[in-house]
Design a protein around this ligand. Structure first.
Ligand SMILES: [Zn+2]
Length: 100
């Protein structure tokens, strides 16, 4: 197991996990306040972590994440569901999870 990404917004971490899963990389999300263990964690204080299950895939995952984060800004898209603005690299709304 290796941690490859973390972010305070679990939707963004979830979106990143989907992209890695799509590339065939098995991931696990930790510290997700929506996913239990909420009693001990104050919302907003804990970053959600994305872990790659297989060490051998960690380098590939890190590279993919780097590419995603460094992609030149495309046009943001507006969610049809909640009207939130989303970066072009996200294929689901970071706020409500609605696909673009
Ligand atoms: Zn939305």
């Amino acid at each position: 197991m290796r941690r490859v990404f973390s972010h305070p917004n679990s939707m963004i971490v979830g979106s990143m996990a989907s992209l890695l899963n799509y590339a065939g990389i098995e991931t696990e999300i930790r510290n997700d306040i929506l996913g239990g263990a909420a009693g001990e964690i104050a919302p907003g204080e804990t970053w959600v972590e994305l872990w790659v299950v297989k060490e051998a895939r960690a380098e590939q995952a890190a590279q993919l994440i780097k590419e995603i984060l460094e992609q030149p800004e495309g046009d943001d898209w507006i969610c049809q569901h909640c009207q939130e603005s989303n970066p072009a690299t996200f294929d689901v709304c970071w706020q409500c999870g609605q696909p673009s």
